[in-house]
Design a protein around this ligand. Structure first.
Ligand code: ADP
Length: 409
């Protein structure tokens, strides 16, 4: 048995999962098993206070942890109490951390250097550190997670699974911005993100469709707080909507997506600071910015029910942005076999799937209204006669990371 700890460290939270699996299960499981243990540290509300929540199949534990500096500095102190719940108390699953076979980390930015998961060594850490310039909120948290785990479990191998790796084979036309070429060679290129999710759901779609991934042309729609669409041809990402940063592409919860760069220049000239513009495009835009209500789609839908016209506009802009995004990926595919919806909105908001698909009927997309509205679990929701299959797949990034770890053993 292989015991894998998966760590997914972000700018305001750290998620962790424990899986026990065999190489056979990792290779063949058509549907992922639930993790044995699931932990969360969340300092999103107040950077100096982390909410600790742990669940196992039948137990739970919650606590509040504080740190005077908070944020990433806090993580140094908070990770140990989180991992202590693996070896003691009601959520105990292990006698000691030495039982861990391998530790996997989701790393947001691996540039175009890494096409697959790699064992963490000094060189990999140096590359992640170097790429922190491109992902200042995430890569340092990922590195810290690696260093803390190396202190606690010095013998256990660690693996970095990059969110950019799936997109590392983007063709030059998809990767290159129309800017002076020396900037492209200096690294200002499209990298794409959410790769672990896009790769997992496209593999799962092939399983559900009972067709080889190698012959499928898919568009995967990862719609959570962050949203991105990816064209997957024969199992390879050939175009994606996020770019040099995860701010690009379609409209999101608080991020603007693609924007006329002239708007930023205009605002800079009017005296806005770089920090203000960062807040504007990453935290104050998207569904939140247009609606003035919330970044959370459920609250937008509730406001629409109450007749709020700005919430309706935000919703309409979101749907239109997704339709334009999907249409923009078609040249990279030359046709479409399947459209896959995943993440919080993609998996749960039947109205978004309905409204996006309604505008794309000309592509041969037609939903079975009942399956879209009522069905549960990973499923095909297209009308039986439709030319393009439409799938709902629950994204399982942690499981995908655990599987990638097993391949690195
Ligand atoms: P993250 O990118 O932070 O992982 P999630 O994948 O959890 O985010 O997605 C969060 C989004 O999913 C929010 O906009 C939330 O409103 C939306 N969402 C979650 N459940 C539902 C639901 N039942 N109906 C509509 N939207 C939902």
């Amino acid at each position: 048995m292989i015991t894998v700890l998966v760590l997914n460290a972000g700018s305001s939270s750290l998620k962790a999962c424990l899986y026990r699996l065999t190489p056979e299960l990792a290779a063949t499981a058509t549907a992922p098993p639930d993790p044995l243990w699931h932990g969360l540290l969340d300092w999103g509300q107040d950077p100096t206070v982390a909410r600790l929540q742990v669940t196992t199949a039948d137990q739970g534990y919650a606590a509040s942890l504080t740190h005077p500096d908070g944020g990433i500095a806090g993580l140094r102190d908070w990770l140990k109490p989180l991992l202590d719940t693996l070896t003691r108390g009601p959520t105990k699953c292990l006698e000691s951390l030495e039982e861990l076979t391998i530790i996997g980390h989701r790393v947001v930015h691996g540039g175009n250097r890494y096409r697959a998961a790699v064992r963490v060594d000094a060189q990999v850490k140096a590359a992640i550190r170097e790429l922190s310039e491109y992902a200042p909120l995430h890569n340092p948290a990922n590195l810290l997670g690696m260093e803390l785990m190396a202190d606690m479990c010095p013998q256990t191998p660690q693996v970095a699974v990059f969110d950019t790796a799936f997109h590392a084979q983007l063709p030059p036309v998809a990767r290159t911005y129309a800017i002076p070429y020396e900037l492209t060679t200096a690294g200002i290129q499209r990298y794409g993100f959410h790769g672990i999710s896009h790769q997992y759901v496209s593999e799962r779609a092939a399983t559900l469709l009972q067709r080889p991934l190698a012959e499928l042309r898919l568009i995967s729609c990862h719609l959570g707080n962050g949203c991105s669409l990816t064209a997957v041809k024969g199992g390879i990402s050939v175009e994606t909507t996020m770019g040099f940063t995860p701010t690009a592409g379609v409209m999101m919860g608080t991020r603007c997506g693609d924007l006329d760069p002239g708007i930023l220049l205009y605002l800079l000239r009017r005296g806005r600071t770089v920090e203000e513009l960062d807040q504007l495009v990453n935290r104050r835009s998207g569904l939140l910015g247009v609606s003035g209500v919330s970044n959370d789609l459920r609250q937008i839908l509730a406001a629409i029910d109450q007749g709020n016209p700005q919430a309706q506009l935000a919703y309409d802009c979101f749907i239109y942005s997704l339709q334009r995004g999907i249409a923009g990926l078609l040249p990279a595919l030359g046709g479409l076999d399947g459209l896959v919806f995943t993440a919080g909105i993609g998996e749960n908001a039947a109205c978004v799937r309905r409204d996006v698909c309604r505008g794309l009927a000309w592509l041969g997309i037609e939903l079975d209204g009942h399956l879209n509205q009522q069905g549960t679990g990973d499923r095909d929701i297209a009308a039986p006669s439709a030319a393009v299959r439409v799938l709902v797949v629950r994204t399982q990034e942690d499981w995908a990371i655990a599987r990638a770890c097993v391949k690195c053993l």
